[in-house]
Design a protein around this ligand. Structure first.
Ligand SMILES: Cc1cc2nc3c(=O)[nH]c(=O)nc-3n(C[C@H](O)[C@H](O)[C@H](O)COP(=O)(O)OP(=O)(O)OC[C@H]3O[C@@H](n4cnc5c(N)ncnc54)[C@H](O)[C@@H]3O)c2cc1C
Length: 368
């Protein structure tokens, strides 16, 4: 299955110069990825999709995302969000028959079969990426309607996703909600205002816009047990898929750099040789960690190891791309070089959920 995504990445690579610094998503990219069957990977086999369970389908998703990142890191990051959020509804699927998949889950999976992309609009300014600090308020109205009011500052894939999963507070509980983004205006008319378009130094094509919600209509996700089962699965899958994006960028950056350096091989100065060897080792360590956690998804250590790997890969990737730039030379600083872009793109990993500080706390607590 990932070979289809390698073909897509090969096609995207031919457009590299136009894509550098691109700040918009291209619907044709997402159609091509959907046509290759990517959206069905998140749909349970009981519904004619390809999701079996985290152990067997997680690695396929991870390699698909890694392949896509070689063509366009922003596209890959947006693609990574889709299975990560639909995993909220996977509890009860896999070994179990269709009747344990809730009606709501069946409805959501059906949208993916119809070609709809899902994303996440959860992060809130001041929360440090901690969902328990969500301050968006959910107010229930007549006929099961819910209205959300609050601020959300990263919605990767906005404009491309049909549905955004978000969090809001109801009394003391933080619950999960789905906003139907189809045909929704961003000017406040329908409770959703885009307050800041995404202007990232890296991942600049992800359209991770900031939004204000004011009585924005949403649907509450099925409450109760399924989410307590699903949460570790989501943490595991999302951490590995975020690492997969960066693994793909690193793979591509090394291929690119080594091709450029081939001619320079004999003439490299001592510092350049040292930096290249160090970068290569960091690349190898990052990929080794990624592949280890890719294959450990769904095991008892899956979440803990994925978190540790995400932290370490983020450091290795930043270091490795900084070193590659020194070896390639000043041209890597130019906007026409993909290395400058990739150096910024890989920095996203440490900020993606759980972001640096929260993740550090989690790793610290896990030691005791
Ligand atoms: C490329 C990229 C894509 C992302 N895509 C998504 C996505 O699709 N969906 C999603 O939900 N998240 C997304 N995120 C967000 C990510 O998951 C983290 O939640 C986010 O980076 C956390 O930001 P932070 O650590 O800066 O925390 P913040 O809470 O934003 O800031 C950290 C600290 O700064 C201070 N602070 C900042 N703003 C305020 C404020 N307004 N009021 C008070 N204090 C403030 C506080 O002291 C706070 O603890 C994305 C991030 C990146 C980099």
């Amino acid at each position: 299955m990932p070979s289809a995504y390698i073909d897509i990445a090969n096609h995207l690579r031919t457009q590299r110069s136009e894509r550098l610094g691109n700040t918009a998503l291209n619907a044709a990219d997402f159609s091509a990825i959907a046509d290759a069957g990517y959206l069905t990977l998140s749909v349970p086999v009981e519904m004619s999709g390809h999701w079996q369970n985290l152990q067997s389908t997680g690695p396929v998703l991870a390699e698909s995302v890694r392949a896509l990142a070689r063509g366009d890191s922003s596209v890959a990051l947006v693609a990574a969000m889709h299975p990560s959020v639909l995993a909220f509804w996977h509890a009860g699927t896999g070994a179990n028959p269709l009747d344990v998949i809730t009606h709501q889950a069946q409805r959501h999976f059906a949208t993916a079969l119809d070609g709809h992309w899902w994303g996440t609009l959860m992060s809130e300014p001041g929360s440090g990426g901690d969902l328990s600090k969500t301050s968006t308020q959910a107010v229930a109205g007549a006929n099961d309607t819910i209205a959300l009011t609050g601020e959300k500052h990263f919605g990767s894939g906005s404009g491309q996703t049909s549905f955004m999963v978000t969090t809001a507070r109801e009394d003391d509980a933080v619950n999960l909600f789905v906003i139907d983004m189809r045909d929704k205006a961003w000017d406040g008319e329908q409770g959703l205002t885009m307050i800041r378009p995404w202007d990232g130094h890296g991942m600049c094509g992800t359209q991770s816009h900031a939004f204000k919600l004011e009585n924005c209509a949403a649907e509450r996700a099925d409450p109760g047990k399924p989410f307590s089962i699903a949460r570790p699965q989501i943490s595991n899958l999302s951490a590995v898929l975020f690492c997969a994006v960066i693994a793909g960028v690193l793979d591509e950056a090394f291929d690119y750099a080594l091709k450029r350096l081939n001619a320079k091989h004999d003439g490299m100065r001592a510092l350049e040789r040292v930096e290249l060897v160090r970068a290569n080792n960091e690349h190898w360590q990052a990929i080794t960690l990624f592949e280890a956690v890719r294959d450990k998804m769904g095991t008892p250590d899956g979440v803990a190891h994925a978190r540790q790997a995400k932290y370490a890969i983020a450091q290795h990737a930043e270091n490795a791309l900084g070193r590659l730039a020194k070896v390639i030379g000043g041209s890597s600083f130019g906007r026409s070089s993909p290395l400058g872009q990739w150096s910024q793109d890989v920095k996203a990993l440490g900020f993606l959920r759980p972001p640096w500080a929260l993740q550090n706390d989690q790793l610290f607590e896990a030691m005791f």
